[in-house]
Design a protein around this ligand. Structure first.
Ligand code: SF4
Length: 181
């Protein structure tokens, strides 16, 4: 009997809180089962820094700075299937709350107007990634193939989604995943 080659899976977090990654880990022992069929590439789980060509890329978080744009485009260029994971990737989520204000207002509030700041000034080290005017959902920057809703998507959602891809099926997002309460 011939074994199918393992699917290569990469993940990353842009402007997110890593809660989606933590929820992935909540699959617990089912991850061991999945590892029969998938292998990790670049991901915070592996600490691999170089992205190889992959079958699946899971993107957590919205796009808030130039580095996020670069990383997202790199994943799009190297991943056959790119997935927006969680509310921040799908619609900007919590980081996009800053979109109600100008970038200047946000920076001044955080670094200048905050009481008891020592040497209040807006950080301007050239090594810092350039902030975008707004936080953008990932599909406004690159083409996305699937959206996994939730904040975060549940471990069951990750498991079902990956199992269906492993089986070569078209993943279905059910009513359970689309609940927002
Ligand atoms: Fe965190 Fe929720 Fe955003 Fe995921 S969707 S990165 S859990 S805030």
């Amino acid at each position: 009997m011939t074994h199918k080659p393992k699917l290569k899976l990469a993940t990353t977090s842009l402007a997110g809180c890593f809660g989606c990654h933590m929820s992935f880990l909540d699959m617990d022992e089912r991850i061991v089962e999945l590892l029969e069929h998938i292998e990790f590439d670049r991901s915070p789980f592996t600490d691999i820094k170089q992205l190889d060509h992959c079958d699946i890329g899971l993107i957590e978080g919205g796009v808030c700075n130039a580095e996020n744009v670069h990383v997202l485009r790199t994943y799009r260029a190297n991943c056959r299937i790119l997935v927006a994971v969680g509310a921040c990737a799908i619609n900007g989520g919590v980081p996009a709350l800053r979109n109600h204000f100008s970038l200047k207002e946000c920076l001044e509030e955080a670094y200048v107007k905050t009481p008891d700041m020592i040497n209040p000034h807006i950080p301007d080290d050239p090594e810092l990634p350039l902030l975008l005017d707004k936080v953008y959902p990932v599909h406004e920057v690159v083409k996305i193939d699937y959206f996994l809703p939730g904040c975060p998507p549940s471990a069951d959602t990750f498991y079902r989604f990956l199992s269906e891809l492993i089986e070569g099926k078209e993943p279905q997002i059910g009513k359970v995943e689309l609940r927002y309460d």
